[in-house]
Design a protein around this ligand. Structure first.
Ligand code: FES
Length: 147
Protein backbone atom coordinates (compact mmCIF):
# COMPACT_ATOMS: atom_id res chain seq x y z
CA UNK A 1 0.00 0.00 0.00
CA UNK A 2 1.45 3.33 -0.99
CA UNK A 3 2.09 5.99 1.60
CA UNK A 4 -0.49 8.61 2.42
CA UNK A 5 -0.84 10.82 5.43
CA UNK A 6 -3.51 9.93 7.96
CA UNK A 7 -6.44 12.29 8.49
CA UNK A 8 -4.81 14.15 11.38
CA UNK A 9 -1.62 14.77 9.47
CA UNK A 10 -3.52 15.75 6.32
CA UNK A 11 -5.26 18.44 8.35
CA UNK A 12 -1.92 19.63 9.70
CA UNK A 13 -0.56 19.80 6.16
CA UNK A 14 -3.39 22.08 5.08
CA UNK A 15 -2.48 24.45 7.93
CA UNK A 16 1.20 24.24 7.07
CA UNK A 17 0.49 25.15 3.44
CA UNK A 18 -1.07 28.40 4.63
CA UNK A 19 1.86 29.12 6.92
CA UNK A 20 4.52 28.36 4.30
CA UNK A 21 3.47 29.67 0.90
CA UNK A 22 6.87 28.66 -0.54
CA UNK A 23 6.62 24.90 -1.09
CA UNK A 24 10.30 24.31 -0.33
CA UNK A 25 9.64 25.37 3.27
CA UNK A 26 7.15 22.51 3.57
CA UNK A 27 9.70 19.77 3.00
CA UNK A 28 11.03 19.57 6.57
CA UNK A 29 7.66 19.58 8.34
CA UNK A 30 6.26 17.04 5.88
CA UNK A 31 9.24 14.76 6.45
CA UNK A 32 8.71 15.10 10.21
CA UNK A 33 5.07 14.16 9.89
CA UNK A 34 5.91 11.17 7.71
CA UNK A 35 8.49 9.94 10.19
CA UNK A 36 6.21 10.50 13.14
CA UNK A 37 3.44 8.57 11.41
CA UNK A 38 5.49 5.55 10.32
CA UNK A 39 8.53 5.74 12.68
CA UNK A 40 10.75 6.16 9.61
CA UNK A 41 10.56 7.80 6.19
CA UNK A 42 9.54 5.41 3.49
CA UNK A 43 10.62 5.94 -0.10
CA UNK A 44 7.01 6.27 -1.20
CA UNK A 45 6.50 8.89 1.51
CA UNK A 46 9.23 10.97 -0.13
CA UNK A 47 7.49 10.47 -3.48
CA UNK A 48 4.23 11.61 -1.91
CA UNK A 49 5.90 14.69 -0.43
CA UNK A 50 7.42 15.39 -3.84
CA UNK A 51 3.91 15.48 -5.30
CA UNK A 52 2.58 17.73 -2.52
CA UNK A 53 5.35 20.31 -2.81
CA UNK A 54 5.63 19.92 -6.59
CA UNK A 55 9.38 19.53 -6.48
CA UNK A 56 11.54 16.69 -7.84
CA UNK A 57 11.91 13.58 -5.68
CA UNK A 58 15.66 14.24 -5.47
CA UNK A 59 14.99 17.49 -3.58
CA UNK A 60 13.07 15.59 -0.93
CA UNK A 61 15.60 12.77 -0.80
CA UNK A 62 18.51 15.18 -0.41
CA UNK A 63 16.85 16.90 2.57
CA UNK A 64 15.91 13.59 4.18
CA UNK A 65 19.44 12.22 3.86
CA UNK A 66 21.16 15.46 4.95
CA UNK A 67 19.68 15.62 8.45
CA UNK A 68 20.74 12.93 10.90
CA UNK A 69 17.41 13.03 12.72
CA UNK A 70 15.57 11.48 9.78
CA UNK A 71 15.51 7.69 9.61
CA UNK A 72 15.15 6.01 6.23
CA UNK A 73 15.08 2.46 7.57
CA UNK A 74 12.69 0.80 9.92
CA UNK A 75 14.05 -0.47 13.19
CA UNK A 76 12.43 -2.81 15.68
CA UNK A 77 14.48 -1.39 18.50
CA UNK A 78 13.46 1.63 20.51
CA UNK A 79 15.50 4.67 19.60
CA UNK A 80 17.78 6.72 21.85
CA UNK A 81 19.27 9.81 20.22
CA UNK A 82 22.25 11.30 22.01
CA UNK A 83 23.23 14.87 21.30
CA UNK A 84 26.93 15.27 20.57
CA UNK A 85 27.05 19.01 19.93
CA UNK A 86 29.14 21.44 21.99
CA UNK A 87 27.01 22.07 25.11
CA UNK A 88 26.25 18.40 25.51
CA UNK A 89 29.80 17.35 24.72
CA UNK A 90 31.21 19.77 27.30
CA UNK A 91 28.80 18.30 29.86
CA UNK A 92 29.66 14.66 29.27
CA UNK A 93 27.75 13.35 26.26
CA UNK A 94 30.73 11.18 25.31
CA UNK A 95 30.46 9.30 28.63
CA UNK A 96 26.70 9.03 28.18
CA UNK A 97 27.13 7.55 24.70
CA UNK A 98 29.71 5.06 25.94
CA UNK A 99 27.44 4.03 28.81
CA UNK A 100 24.57 3.52 26.39
CA UNK A 101 26.70 1.56 23.91
CA UNK A 102 28.17 -0.63 26.64
CA UNK A 103 24.87 -1.46 28.33
CA UNK A 104 21.90 -0.93 26.04
CA UNK A 105 22.86 -1.44 22.40
CA UNK A 106 21.22 -4.89 22.30
CA UNK A 107 17.77 -3.48 23.03
CA UNK A 108 17.98 0.12 21.88
CA UNK A 109 19.24 1.77 18.74
CA UNK A 110 21.72 4.39 19.95
CA UNK A 111 22.15 7.26 17.51
CA UNK A 112 24.36 10.34 17.81
CA UNK A 113 22.65 13.51 16.63
CA UNK A 114 23.42 17.20 16.43
CA UNK A 115 21.97 19.86 18.75
CA UNK A 116 18.32 19.29 19.51
CA UNK A 117 17.74 22.74 20.98
CA UNK A 118 17.82 21.71 24.61
CA UNK A 119 21.33 22.97 25.39
CA UNK A 120 20.34 24.29 28.83
CA UNK A 121 19.62 20.69 29.81
CA UNK A 122 22.93 19.33 28.52
CA UNK A 123 23.80 16.56 28.28
CA UNK A 124 20.56 15.31 26.84
CA UNK A 125 19.10 12.52 24.76
CA UNK A 126 15.72 11.46 23.51
CA UNK A 127 13.93 8.18 24.06
CA UNK A 128 11.40 7.57 21.29
CA UNK A 129 11.33 11.33 20.70
CA UNK A 130 10.88 12.37 24.35
CA UNK A 131 13.57 14.69 25.70
CA UNK A 132 15.55 13.59 28.74
CA UNK A 133 17.85 16.28 30.06
CA UNK A 134 20.68 16.73 32.57
CA UNK A 135 21.66 13.12 32.02
CA UNK A 136 23.90 11.02 34.17
CA UNK A 137 24.66 7.33 33.61
CA UNK A 138 22.59 6.56 36.72
CA UNK A 139 19.65 8.49 35.30
CA UNK A 140 19.90 6.56 32.04
CA UNK A 141 19.76 3.29 33.96
CA UNK A 142 16.65 4.44 35.80
CA UNK A 143 14.87 5.67 32.67
CA UNK A 144 15.75 2.82 30.32
CA UNK A 145 15.15 0.09 32.85
CA UNK A 146 11.76 1.59 33.70
CA UNK A 147 10.69 1.65 30.05
S1 FES B 1 24.15 20.97 22.30
FE1 FES B 1 22.96 19.29 22.93
S2 FES B 1 20.93 20.03 22.86
FE2 FES B 1 22.12 21.67 22.14
Amino acid sequence: MSFSYNIQNSSKIELLKKRYPDNRALILPLLWLAQKQESYIREDAMEHISEIVQLPYMNIYSVATFYSMFRLEKTKKRIVEVCRTLSCELNGSEDIKKHLDDNYSDNFEIIEVECMGACSGAPMCTLDGKYIENLTPQMIDEVLNAN
